[in-house]
Design a protein around this ligand. Structure first.
Ligand code: SF4
Length: 725
């Protein structure tokens, strides 16, 4: 992204947040909270997720066979199946079913957005009417959906009332949601009566019987099918599951995951052609000549199936939980966080698969890789990984850059030239940190000197409003070298100081080592500091893998000698516990993953196993406000920190705002600064309530530290700095 486009992107995001942010925030956060509440009541939630994942894995594996089976079943029922290769093919077929002048009523079809069916049919002289309220509002407003299941989520009640007033000039003022809904229902009732063709999507298609499942909030899919003689369903091939029995876990999961409802208002199971009566000239009539066409869309999906990295995207059931849970999506919504059709975290995979990489480039970097969506996803898709792969492919496809000479030779990455200078700067931050530390304090002065900040913003897109971290002249490794450990240690550990801890936030590293030694652990410092997280977050997968190999080379001999690996930065631990599975061989990954611990998780384990808590500093009732870290939560580790702090006598309140918004380099980037601050503002507000105000603010991650220091205007230590003697 050029300097100009970074500025333009920042302006565009600012504008969208101002216009749509409040509605998006209110709705997505409501859905997300609803998900927490409803899945908490579901005893077998994890089993249902596993079952759903397994069904989708199996279905995609057997897809060609299931397409044949579904075709046979539908033809036996009297319907027709058309397998459309791409958008043009699908549109041509659909157009052949609709005559000029006919009215088409539509319900529940994101896939038809992908095909832009409406435009196509309208160009051929048909009258197309969306019947789901949100879709209809967007049709009237001539806008694109901004959410997978609530397409008009970005619109407030007031803006919808204004729109209706402007377009329809109603006799009565429309103010309440009830007024608006009643007006829309009346308008749409006429459309149903006039309709010649009904078009729907399908949430699931069952190969055994040719049945389809549609989940809707207003029941319009049923009406659409019942009101017309011709039913055209358009659905991606990935919607097929083997049998009707396979629908069960999805019925349980889809409403809960998406909108936080125990079950979606209408769950329709149809085996078309249906025999329901239709509207005729004299009211309802018989339905002898019902016609059903299923248009099964490939449009890149079969190629995604062959693509090892994108294949998982096809498991998606389009529930939108990934979008609702995403802190950035909650601020900007799907008009910034999506491509031509699809939105949210998973849009990176969908858009790449169905529209190509160009369609993903604009938004895919809004995924910070925090991984909260993985937990929210009912089929466990590793969405951050898909986005990383997409970034990597975009990086590799980039054209040569004027400033490549600035990084080529200076940086140890394994990427081809042409990648954005901003990405290479942040992806190779360890090099910057080494030099910064070597020449501190001069480098600190240079890094904060106004004209240099301006140059950094012009060249690298590092936002001038961000305070730069200070490099330490003495690195953690230098401080720790030659240190005498306990005479008779109970355990031995190797401490992997991340780049920030070694070169900048040295105090938290010193505290970690002091705490471990106080608990009778002998500590060695690892020679590597870079896990590859910085490179991975820029989509530099090959460079990240190289760092992973270096980490393995360094740590495996320590593990073989019986040492535990202890890490202070949660996002680095997540590399060893999760991401390395994709980057290293299975055995190496397992060894590293099984033997690595986050510092407070390790302290918790030591105390549980008899270590003397009195060796650590007593909290003595000190009031603290604690913010965990996204990845720490995903790894299930936040509870350990809280338990240790409470055991040592701290009076603790914990933020339930899950993300600080900084996310590594994300908040430093000019184009994303405003989003980052908007996410962080919610955390600041929570720590400014009467319950939390005046407390010592403590955070586990480097990014959280930087963001909270900025927001709260106070120093924000790591919890280990509180408890270390
Ligand atoms: S990726 Fe998962 S969470 Fe996101 S829409 Fe698809 S199924 Fe739902």
């Amino acid at each position: 992204m050029s300097r100009k486009s970074k500025r333009a992107k920042a302006a565009q995001i600012r504008e969208t947040m101002a216009a749509e942010g409040a509605s998006v925030r209110e709705n997505t956060q409501g859905f997300n909270q609803g998900r927490y509440d409803t899945v908490a009541d579901l005893e077998n939630y994890e089993e249902l997720k596993d079952e759903a994942r397994q069904i989708k894995e199996d279905a995609i594996e057997r897809l060609p066979e299931l397409i044949d089976q579904l075709t046979e079943a539908i033809e036996a029922n009297g319907g027709t199946v058309y397998l459309a290769e791409d958008e043009a093919d699908a549109n041509e077929y659909v157009s052949s079913l609709v005559e000029s002048g006919e009215t088409v009523v539509k319900s529940k079809s994101m896939t038809s957005e992908e095909l832009e069916v409406n435009e196509h049919l309208e160009a051929a002289g048909a009258n197309v009417v969306e019947t789901d309220l949100g879709e209809w509002v967007l049709q009237v407003a001539d806008e694109a959906p901004s959410h997978l299941v609530a397409p008009a989520i970005h619109k407030s009640r007031e803006s919808i009332a204004d729109l209706f007033r402007e377009r329809f000039d109603p006799d009565q003022p429309l103010e309440t949601p009830e007024d608006l809904t009643a007006f829309a229902s009346e308008y749409l009732a006429d459309a149903f009566e006039e309709a010649d063709v009904g078009m729907t999507g399908a949430n699931f298609l069952t190969a055994d019987s040719g049945s389809m499942m549609l989940v809707t909030s207003e029941g319009n899919a049923r009406k659409t099918v019942a009101a017309t003689d011709t039913h055209v369903a358009v659905a991606g091939v990935e919607k097929i599951v083997p049998s009707v029995e396979d629908l069960q876990p999805f019925v349980e999961l889809i409403g809960r995951s998406g909108t936080g409802q125990d079950i979606t208002a209408y769950v329709s199971l149809l085996t078309p052609p249906v025999e329901t009566a239709t509207f005729g000239e004299d009211g309802l009539e018989g339905s002898d000549d019902r016609d059903f066409h299923l248009v099964l869309i490939d449009n890149g999906r079969m190629a995604m199936r062959e693509d090892e990295q994108l294949r998982e995207t096809l498991y998606c059931i389009r529930c939108s939980a990934c979008a609702n849970t995403c802190a950035n999506f909650q601020q900007v919504g799907g008009h910034e966080f999506g491509g031509e059709t699809y939105t949210g975290g998973i849009a990176g995979g969908w858009e790449t698969g169905v529209h190509g990489l160009d369609s993903s480039e604009e938004f895919v970097d809004l995924c910070t890789g925090c991984s909260r969506c993985v937990e929210a996803c009912p089929v466990g898709i590793d969405i951050p990984w898909i986005n990383t792969v997409v970034r990597d492919r975009i990086n590799r496809g980039a054209d040569g850059h004027t400033y490549d000479f600035l990084v080529d030779g200076l940086t140890p990455d394994a990427e081809e030239g042409g990648m954005s200078l901003q990405k290479r700067f942040f992806g190779n931050f360890v090099t910057v940190a080494k030099l910064g530390s070597l020449f501190a304090p001069v480098s600190n002065w240079l890094a904060s000197f106004g004209p240099n900040r301006w140059i950094a913003e012009q060249l690298l897109g590092v936002d001038q409003r961000r305070e730069m971290p200070q490099f330490s002249r003495e690195t953690l490794k230098e401080w720790a070298s030659g240190r005498d450990g306990p005479a008779d240690p109970d355990r031995e550990a190797v401490f992997m100081a991340d780049t920030y801890t070694n070169y900048m936030h040295v105090e938290r590293g010193k505290a970690a080592i002091r705490a471990l030694e106080a608990l009778n652990v002998d500590v060695e410092i690892a020679d590597v500091t870079e896990s590859g997280r910085a490179a991975l977050s820029q989509g530099m997968v090959r460079t990240a893998a190289n760092h992973g190999k270096a980490v393995a080379e360094e740590l495996l001999p320590h593990i073989a000698d019986g040492r535990d690996v202890v890490i202070v930065e949660p996002s680095d631990l997540a590399m060893l516990r999760d991401d390395y599975e994709r980057l290293l061989d299975a055995e190496t990954y397992e060894r590293l993953s099984e033997n690595s611990y986050e510092i407070l998780e390790y302290v918790y384990g030591l105390l549980e196993n008899g270590a003397d808590a009195d060796a650590l500093r007593d909290g003595d009732g000190e009031e603290i406000a604690y913010h965990g870290h996204c990845q720490q939560r995903t790894l299930g580790l936040a509870a350990h920190t809280e338990a240790v702090l409470e055991e040592l006598g701290y009076d603790l309140v914990t933020s339930d705002v899950e993300c600080c918004g900084m996310a590594g380099s994300f908040g430093f980037k000019q184009q994303y600064y405003e989003v980052s601050m908007a996410v962080g503002e919610e955390l600041r507000e929570q720590f400014s309530t009467p319950e939390a105000e005046g407390r010592t603010v403590v955070a586990s991650g480097t990014s959280c530290h930087d963001q909270l220091t900025d927001l709260m205007k106070q120093d924000v230590p790591h919890p280990i700095e509180l408890v270390a003697p």
